[in-house]
Design a protein around this ligand. Structure first.
Ligand code: SF4
Ligand code: SF4
Length: 436
């Protein structure tokens, strides 16, 4: 019999087993969601994900790798290990960046598994931690007026904030906060259809000019743009921090708010990735919601844009790929193609650009050492290529990179790709008027 015909595993010593639960094992998960066995069984422990995992790269520890975390989840499923403080530490150090998921040959849905594992560790939090999480994730984020008030008082409260939070919070003008987004913006020229945008929680409070630029760019390209009333925070932060029931409630509210529109365009990578996962979160009730959700750059690339005639003085930018665009949505070429329409604009790559910047939702607040090191590496990489402008399409990354650049003592602006396009169109219009 030639070697090729020997069935895989038939020559292993007796008792050797491939990955999978012991027959009859009783899992030790608690109440609520937990990682499904079918998902865990997909991992064949090949380790191909390890070099791509930021926490494994920094620590060299198996327990801080995707394979180690999956092994820990499997140990609980098989009844060999409890959900305890050690388990919580392994899970908490994960960025949920999904780099492992992106490179996994077995298509292990790591992000989904981690969200469910974190539901299990919530009861282990101290009373103070639970209170702060409840305040932030259950009270503030789902209610727009509360984070609106928080943003209004931010200038006064800023000096009272812990230093690591203060360094992240951008300054926002009062006039901007008091001027809401238009509910409906007509298309310019021949209308191609209607799109609804997610205004977002962090995005709309701290980066509303990005939302305005997004609306103008879409309208400029023939889309009627609506900002539906009733929409709430997408729920990504709640889902990433062990509150899947809260995330489901927010997803249901958004299903209702966006009912009946053809396209839902999202300009924040983390929100877009999460909304494309509503079908996973809610099952059939989501009704194929993901098919209608598009990242802004993905949408503009698919539908085509009117090329700007001016570059508004932008000659060179470095592009930062947010993990939740690159890894979770497979978006890489689209923003480069769209920005490639800006005349004379050179798009530079950041060294090791596929590495997480360490923002990861609330990670940069909850895990400051690891997040700080990743932030420093990202800022150094940006500075090393002499970039003066970095383009970032995720508010968490934008805050993290801006803080890293400040700490590095460099002068680099961080802009959203919609802002580049918007300014290019505006400069072209001014030029055309001047030429009349
Ligand atoms: S998660 Fe995927 S890449 Fe990583 S060890 Fe498991 S099967 Fe291999
Ligand atoms: S999600 Fe990111 S940090 Fe977490 S295990 Fe995967 S690669 Fe590592």
């Amino acid at each position: 019999m030639d070697d090729a015909a020997i069935p895989l595993g038939s020559q292993l010593p007796a008792g050797t087993r491939f990955i999978g639960p012991e027959p009859g094992a009783v899992g030790r998960w608690g109440e609520g969601d937990f990682p499904p066995t079918d998902d865990l069984d997909l991992c064949v422990a090949c380790g191909l994900c390890l070099p791509h995992c930021p926490t494994y790269r920094l620590t060299g520890e198996e327990s801080a790798s995707p394979r180690g975390r999956i092994a820990a989840m499997r140990a609980v499923t098989e009844g060999r290990s409890p959900v305890d403080a050690t388990f919580a530490r392994f899970m908490d150090l994960c960025l949920s960046c999904r780099a492992c998921e992106d490179v996994c040959p077995s298509h292990v849905p790591f992000g989904r598994m981690m969200e469910r594992a974190r539901v299990q560790i919530e009861p282990l939090r101290t009373r103070r931690e639970r209170f702060l999480r409840w305040l932030g994730l259950d009270v503030a984020l789902p209610h727009r007026w509360i984070h609106g008030v928080a943003a209004l008082f931010a200038p006064v409260a800023r000096p009272l904030l812990p230093r690591r939070v203060r360094s992240l919070v951008p300054r926002v003008g009062l006039g901007e906060l008091l001027r809401p987004l238009p509910r409906v913006t007509p298309a310019r020229g021949t209308e191609r259809g209607t799109v609804a945008i997610l205004s977002g929680c962090v995005q709309d409070r701290w980066y509303r000019p990005v939302n305005r630029a997004t609306i103008r760019v879409l309208a400029r390209n023939g889309w009627r743009v609506v900002v539906p009333r009733g929409q709430v925070c997408c729920g990504a932060l709640a889902a990433h921090h062990g509150r899947l029931d809260r995330a489901r409630k927010q997803a249901r509210r958004n299903l209702a708010a966006f009912d009946g529109v053809d396209w839902i365009v999202v300009n924040a990578a983390g929100c877009g990735a999460h909304m494309k996962g509503y079908d996973d979160l809610l099952g059939a009730a989501a009704g194929g919601f993901r098919d209608r959700v598009r990242d802004l750059m993905e949408f503009l690339d698919e539908q085509g844009i009117e090329p700007p005639v001016s570059n508004a003085g932008f000659h060179q930018v470095a592009y930062h790929d947010a993990c939740h665009a690159l890894r979770a949505q497979g978006i890489r070429s689209q923003p480069r193609a769209v920005l490639g329409h800006v005349p004379g604009l050179q798009i530079d790559e950041i060294p090791d650009g596929d590495r997480c910047c360490g923002a990861a939702g609330l990670y940069n607040v909850l895990q400051p050492e690891m997040a700080g090191e990743l932030r420093r590496q990202k800022a150094d990489a940006i500075v090393s290529i002499g970039a003066r402008i970095v383009v970032s399409a995720n508010p968490g990354c934008t805050m993290q990179i801006a803080a890293g650049i400040r700490l590095a003592g460099a002068e680099v602006d961080v802009l959203h790709p919609a802002e580049i396009l918007d300014r290019a169109y505006a400069a072209g219009d001014v030029g055309a008027e001047g030429g009349d």
